[in-house]
Design a protein around this ligand. Sequence first.
Ligand SMILES: C[S@@+](CC[C@H](N)C(=O)[O-])C[C@H]1O[C@@H](n2cnc3c(N)ncnc32)[C@H](O)[C@@H]1O
Length: 266
Amino acid sequence: MASTPENDDFYLDERGLASYFECSWLSKFRELGNATPLTSASGKIPEDFIDSPFFAKVAGFVFDNTKEFFPAPQNMLEIGPALGRTCHQTLQNFPSITSVTVVEPSKRLLNGFRRLLVEGQITSFPYIHSLREFKSLEVDTRRIADEYRHVDFTLINEPMQSNTITGQFDLVYCLNVIDQVTTPIEIVSAAKACTKRNGILVLACSYQWSKKYLERPQDMVGDINEYFDTSWEQLGETNFEYKFRFNERFSQLFCVHVVLYRKSAL
Ligand SMILES: C[S@@+](CC[C@H](N)C(=O)[O-])C[C@H]1O[C@@H](n2cnc3c(N)ncnc32)[C@H](O)[C@@H]1O
């Protein structure tokens, strides 16, 4: 899902930002009344081709599988949140959450997260116009950020390591990150350590393991359930589609394996 990294951001360039913006946030701005059409070098593109329902589906899956015993989580951590659409959907589902910590090493993505969820403003994000050209869409993020005035956000612009976070959280997400990093085991262990007893950890992976990232090929697993021992109770697992557009009529469609675990109280 990553675009070609450039010097100014280890993870993605403006085109990558465009892909993340349109797959994760375009539908929300349409819902909020922004009707400015996207231009395209190849005729009008149906927006359901661009939108990825992944984020709302994951947040809904977590809510459906936890609401009976997890009525009022207070805080959450997301590792590698990109532009924060899953975080937004989760805050909608769990209004009791008043503290959100994110660990996002990409400056471009974290800056976008801040503009969308923390500092409401009139701003613009790029979108894909053609293979070689992106354009920008002006959006008003104030209605989104205003909803979260009661939320205390901590934004950490670093890669997740075992010592990045010292606290523990009711809900921890790590979605589509571990196959994009040098040390997946360290990230999973850190995510587990950051989950409170009785708390929830949501891990997702499309198994696009790449030697470009991985330090130790033996760290690749074929099933992320292998990371959990009996001190974790599996509450659900599923697969969701994740779409990511590269040019106006070409998207990559990933099949993402999502698992949901509760940490034992003992
Ligand atoms: C494929 S994207 C997934 C983004 C988002 N979670 C989603 O599902 O759309 C991978 C994310 O992991 C982040 N990332 C890469 N290396 C990381 C690391 N060492 N620690 C934390 N996040 C990392 C990237 O910046 C990016 O936001």
